[in-house]
Ligand binder design. Sequence first.
Ligand SMILES: O=P(O)(O)OC[C@H]1O[C@](O)(COP(=O)(O)O)[C@@H](O)[C@@H]1O
Ligand SMILES: [Mg+2]
Ligand SMILES: [Mg+2]
Length: 335
Amino acid sequence: MTDHMPLSRYTADYAGQDPLRLAVAAAVDAFARASIEISDLIGCGALAGITGEAQGAQNADGDVQKDLDVRADEIVRAALKSVSWAALASEEAETADIRDGGLLDIAYDPLDGSSNIETNMTVGTIFSIMPSAKGATPFMQKGSAQIAAGFVVYGPQTSLVLTLGDGVDIFTLDRAAGSYKRIRTRVQIPAECAEYAINASNHRHWEAPVRDFVEECLAGVDGPRGKNFNMRWIAALVAEAYRILIRGGVFLYPSDARKGYADGRLRLVYEAHPMAFIVEQAGGGATTGRARILDLVPTAIHQRVPLIMGSISKVKRIEAMHLDASAGQAQAAAE
Ligand SMILES: O=P(O)(O)OC[C@H]1O[C@](O)(COP(=O)(O)O)[C@@H](O)[C@@H]1O
Ligand SMILES: [Mg+2]
Ligand SMILES: [Mg+2]
């Protein structure tokens, strides 16, 4: 459905007079404002001094920071200044900022898909919003404690995907008006799909269930699934998630045997949790292969997690393959 409702009216309708909801609405509006600024910056690229080159510094997770990682973080941070947050965590900061009296704990990835900047490909911003943990350690809650989550895709169009806990709507930036307008309501991920996304260069490092799933897809009509599959890898979680929301499919960034990849590459607090909330709200699934992502309680802000998400039939199939593998291992150990 296309009704072009402005995002600001949508968040105001949601908030009413409720203080917590008003804080959520202000946070979403702040991410929207920040993303318009980031979108303009990306659109100008080198003309605005953005080259995609490394800054020499590393973030808390050991990734080399690009110029846009740093600029996007500054822009989001400034936009959130007047929002009622108690804790603020960014991929680009080692520790969370804490302040008294705020109503929300907000985590974000200011620039997702950093390796795509210099090649003029899609990147994004991801955010997760929870009620403040009030005395407990912020962010160390199940993903199901989120009350809002969203992401922005800076692609041919700049679009903002949002859940406030009651379905998923998509808003596209109206550049002339300088604001977001709704283009889709209550998005549903098709349950069946014929497309998968994984960085196949890591094939030799994967665990057996992931290798087996991909083998099934590669076998096409001649294999056990009896149909052909298409493959995509954009190297930006936001772009893969957007495609899956529009036409279905499954995305995998599993654990693998490379040094430092025992829990995959993606971060639980500001990548997997918000994506899992959005995907489940759109009728899809999100799992590590062995556990539902929204049931996981982080123990550290930058903790990594294997992420498999998308069309529910495929997510369930991959989970079943992990269970079978674990059962086989348990039986072998007992014999
Ligand atoms: O280069 P790889 O190993 O394929 O990893 C790509 C993945 O890394 C990410 O870019 C990680 O996010 P950041 O760019 O925010 O670090 C994901 O968006 C993407 O899915
Ligand atoms: Mg990211
Ligand atoms: Mg990032």
